[in-house]
Design a protein around this ligand. Sequence first.
Ligand code: URP
Ligand code: ZN
Ligand code: ZN
Length: 458
Amino acid sequence: MASLLLKNGRVVTADSDSVCNVLIEGETIVALGRNLAADGAEVIDCTGKIIVPGGIDPHVHLDMPFMGTFSSDTHETGTRAALHGGTTTVIDFVLQKQGHSLREALTEWQGRATGTAVGDYGFHMAVTDFNPSTKEEIQDMVAEGITSFKTFMAYKGALMIDDAQMVGLMQEVRKHGALVTAHATNGDMIDTLIAQHRAQGQLTPLYHYLSQPEVTEAEASGRFADIANYTGVNSYIVHLTCEGALNQVRRATERNQRVFVETCIQYLVLDASLYEDEANGAKYVMSPPLREKKDQATLWAGINQGLVQVVGTDHCPFMLAQKLMGKDDFSKIPNGHPAIEHRMELLFSEGVSKGRISLQKFVEVTSTNAAKIFGMFPRKGTISIGADADLVVFDPAKTHTISAATHHMNVDYSAYEGWELTGKIDTVLLRGQVAVDAGETKVPKGYGQFIKRGKTAF
Ligand code: URP
Ligand code: ZN
Ligand code: ZN
């Protein structure tokens, strides 16, 4: 079996930080230490470099039918781009079609991902129609290793479920020890505000933002937490963006409830002033929208307070031509933005290099916590004997500039064009294979494996 030695790197996990060597045999880490005998092993010199666990992005939408089109990254291009950015595992969303079964949706998504993904991947199941037959399928999904069930409290008529369905789903998911996640915004209120703006001819991207004020997210986050508390299910709010919503989670902790929280990189580093640029605002149309500077401050603090456990991306890219579907009406702009490739480097540069978060917190929120919450720990999300050798070798001092001209995502713009970052990924290993080195992909289409997940262990 081929062995590989990463030598003299600063090896950082969520709970350790030391300069040592990492020995890999096949797909697995077999030893960690200062004086490892590794005769015959291929050596990668990591002196001066930081080694962290391969990133886990638990919120991506690859090749997803949405708002009359498909997100532009496939499982191949999206997971390849993820690898270039140090993310070795993603969790993608399977969407049940209303009136159809969960199994049909799973089969469709397996058809797209199997044999094409370059990086490892799991699936969440989005339940958009909870009824007696869907209820029967929950246990089958858990047996397939799909242990998280996504709900949308918005996008009425396409993805949204009502509170009655939410209660039923949570009760059933709880029976199987799994997790319910939510896009927690008040869909009815948002639809009303959208209709009001359209009726008044207010059609620019700014009105996307004004149709989803903070209260729409705070209200739904509180409601989701309340129903989860009543049913006793494990709960997780995806892409939380603002102070009002985080305060609802804080309130839940006061009754000793635990609600896991994910924010996404864009909400930490971009803000709503971008919607004032009418020509470019569509690039930033996503739901929930970008927020205010005070919300960014809340989210950074929330990470350090342990209230926000995960930083994902909600990667849902659309080409500029797709964004133009809404050039005369913001409500027709496909929602989403590209970030799968830059999550880790952006968070390192804006977070660690600028002193907002520690290196260990960086590891927690980019991999370890997601691995624990989504049932992949300790196989993924850490650097320990027996774990998958998913590793990122980071040069903390190297600077570089983001550009659509050089990124690997299948999308013709970057939301971070021209951003100069400190800290660059040199080498990425996925299950013991060098997957990316010096900007080149080293593993083929189909190398990515489906990761069958277990229960939350956090
Ligand atoms: O704008 C977004 N977030 N697009 C993807 C779908 C979702 O709501 O997560
Ligand atoms: Zn969402
Ligand atoms: Zn999403």
